[in-house]
Design a binder for this molecule. Structure first.
Ligand code: SF4
Length: 656
């Protein structure tokens, strides 16, 4: 129940808005009240809040109030580092200062990430198993580049106060970072570790235990909720921002993988700690696995081929023998180096053993469509060997039991109500009809006046053979009318590159393509130079925030359905269909609706923004599912007349 001695959440919001120099927005006020109500009633809440609502303030104010009231931290989880930074560097410092006088103390906050994100002081100095033998898999240029990064990490280690990888700019490769970080399983534990007293991860955790708001990411939230040991401080309220990403992030956390690399790593780590013949058996199993995966076709593995079953059993059994040979866990109290080496070996072996067991059990006795887990083979690339993966068909059950079980969860994003309903997302989160409330607090933007949604109904349907010439002509004409200022969102990197190649010489405005440089730098260049255009794929659909005249046109090449051969979505679709549901609408169309809503959301980022969204795929106007997709988008003014967007863009271009 609300505590009378604290000011109400809406009065705190007005104080905050006044102090921050903003104006009250109806959607924001509605959201504050809804979040406060959810906290008071202990109900889960899903809030769709369009760009410009000021949603972070709308959940932070009642959350901070709750933290003071309950004397327990609130956990705020984000999917992206960009939002994490915005909360910690901008929103929370300003809000804390603004609310300090109204509350018993100035609200405090901290960021907490997984252990792998912090420099491990012990690994920096200790004799650790030879991770860098991995370099042998890569060519000499990569090895020397990694060497330079390693040196940069060592220099940075002398001066960093947090050990947080994200503060190392420019960033370093995973390969280099791995040599100075440990997973939670590999960590010796602060009590046994010689560097435990000054451990960056431990310091971050201790700090998180003392503050009102802990900012974290979806992966750590999932690990905390699903793992055996808590990693976040005890809390009763979680706010999941960018909640449309929750299911994918949680699925990644619980996906297991096996490849020649993972098994060979376990062999290297255990090599000098046990009798050679026992380690050799695992090495042989790794060779068998390598040969088998190299020869197998990528894709879902619905039936377990006998030879794969035998190889997985061999991997499992030889890993088990290595584990036995390593002896009891723990021990080595007086020899931290040896303890570290054994811990690292146990971790790698456990992972290999448990994943092989999990893959074999995935086939169980259930029919193909009823299995709880999906196994598939990802083909290899120049940098990564073929990898066998296993992931749950759905994570809803896990989320319901572990995340939603004994706390109040507020989920928010600009896109949650797909086809006008929250049901699709709630189903993915594992929430039943009575478990939650959903509210759409709208958007402060006047979509029908500020933006045109143009569907190029006259164009052919997109095919498998790249972008048709008619698409390229349409893109060129629209960009010319807009005077550049275009964000091109393509459904594949191949299409983005093909369009860039075909149009670079044809257009007289600069054209950047994702991959030319780091995405962050490309977006910066795009934002700073008005005529510049930027083409790219998935991360641009969700991550670009460029208000003002640099972005007047968003082009989307096709309705972003998942690839038909995507193992997880295709298995999910098949499962729904086998249960009598509409697999296409429940899985593929829902996925496409979410991405389309995210992509179109790039256009209007501030009150004065104007522009056009051009979807080249005519199916958005003609297909039977188009109503569902259009119902998931903001209410832009719609047209299929090619003249309308061109005229509007020319007008905008001459007015800017
Ligand atoms: S406690 Fe763990 S993470 Fe921290 S320095 Fe020691 S081994 Fe590394």
């Amino acid at each position: 129940m609300p505590d009378s001695h604290l000011p109400s959440a809406d009065s705190l919001l007005s104080v905050a808005v006044d102090a921050l120099g903003g104006s009250e927005r109806q959607g924001q006020i509605t959201m504050v009240k809804a979040v406060q109500q959810a906290i008071d009633d202990g109900d889960h809440l899903a809030v769709q809040a369009g760009t410009g609502t000021g949603k972070s303030l709308a959940y932070l104010v009642p959350s901070i109030r709750h933290a003071m009231d309950a004397d327990k931290p609130v956990v705020v989880s984000t999917a992206t580092i960009a939002l994490q930074r915005q909360l910690v560097d901008r929103d929370l410092p300003r809000l804390s200062e603004a609310l300090g006088k109204e509350l018993p103390h100035e609200p405090t906050f901290a960021i907490l990430k997984g252990r792998r994100n912090y420099l491990c002081r012990y690994k920096l100095t200790a004799a650790w198993p030879e991770e860098d033998e991995q370099d042998q898999l890569f060519d000499a240029r990569d090895v020397s580049a990694t060497g330079r990064m390693v040196q940069r990490i060592q220099e940075w280690a002398e001066e960093t106060e947090t050990g947080d990888r994200d503060e190392l700019v420019p960033g370093v490769s995973e390969q280099a970072w791995r040599q100075f970080s440990v997973s939670a399983q590999e960590c010796l534990g602060a009590g046994r570790c010689p560097s435990g007293a000054e451990c960056f991860a431990e310091l971050a955790r201790a700090r998180a235990g003392e503050v009102d708001v802990v900012v974290t990411n979806h992966a750590l939230l999932a690990i905390d909720a699903m793992g055996d040991l808590p990693v976040l401080p005890e809390h009763r309220l979680v706010v999941v921002d960018e909640a449309h990403e929750l299911v994918d992030r949680v699925t990644s956390v619980v996906t297991g993988e096996l490849s020649e690399t993972t098994v060979a790593l376990a062999v290297r780590r255990v090599g000098r700690l046990i009798d050679q013949p026992v380690a050799d058996q695992l090495m042989e199993a790794s060779e068998d696995l390598k040969a088998l995966l190299a020869a197998a076709p990528p894709g879902r593995v619905d039936e377990l081929p006998e030879v794969l079953g035998l190889t997985l059993a061999l991997v499992r059994d030889s890993a088990a023998r290595c584990l036995t040979a390593l002896g009891p866990r723990g021990g080595d109290k007086d020899d931290p180096d040896r303890a570290g080496q054994r811990k690292a070996a146990f971790t790698a072996l456990d992972e290999v053993h448990d994943t092989a067991v999990r893959m074999l059990e995935a086939y169980g006795h259930a029919s193909e469509t009823d299995r709880a887990e999906v196994v598939w083979l990802d083909g290899g690339t120049d940098r990564r060997p073929p990898t066998l993966r296993v992931a749950p068909l759905n994570v809803g059950g896990m989320l319901r039991d572990k995340l939603f079980g004994d706390r109040t969860v507020v989920l928010t994003s600009a896109t949650l109500a797909l086809g006008g309903s929250f049901d699709g997302m709630a189903r993915q989160w594992g929430l039943g009809d009575d478990d939650w409330q959903g509210i759409d607090v709208g958007s402060p933007f006047d979509h029908p006046r500020a933006g045109i949604l143009y569907v190029a109904k006259h164009l052919p349907q997109p095919g498998r053979d790249g972008l048709p010439q008619a698409y390229l002509d349409e893109i060129a004409e629209l960009i010319e009318a807009a005077g550049g200022r275009t964000l091109g969102l393509f459904s594949s990197m191949r299409a983005a590159k093909a369009a860039t190649e075909a149009l670079r010489d044809r257009l007289d405005v600069p054209l950047l393509c994702q991959g030319d440089d780091s995405t962050m730098l490309l977006v910066k260049q795009f934002a700073e130079d008005e005529p510049t255009c930027l083409f790219g794929t998935l991360s641009l659909w969700q991550g670009v925030d460029v208000p003002g005249p640099s972005l007047r046109l968003v082009i989307i090449d096709r309705v972003p359905f998942p690839r038909p051969d995507d193992p997880l979505t295709s298995a999910r679709q098949r499962h729904v269909a086998a249960k009598g549901g509409n697999g296409f609408m429940t899985v593929a169309a829902t996925h496409a609706a979410l991405l389309l809503a995210q992509g179109t959301g790039r256009l209007l980022r501030s009150q004065d923004d104007r522009g056009v969204i051009a979807v080249l795929d005519p199916r958005l106007a003609t297909a039977r599912y188009s109503g569902f997709l259009l119902g998931s988008l903001p209410p832009f003014w719609r047209t299929t007349d090619p003249g309308v967007p061109r005229a509007a863009l020319r007008r905008l271009s001459s007015g800017d």
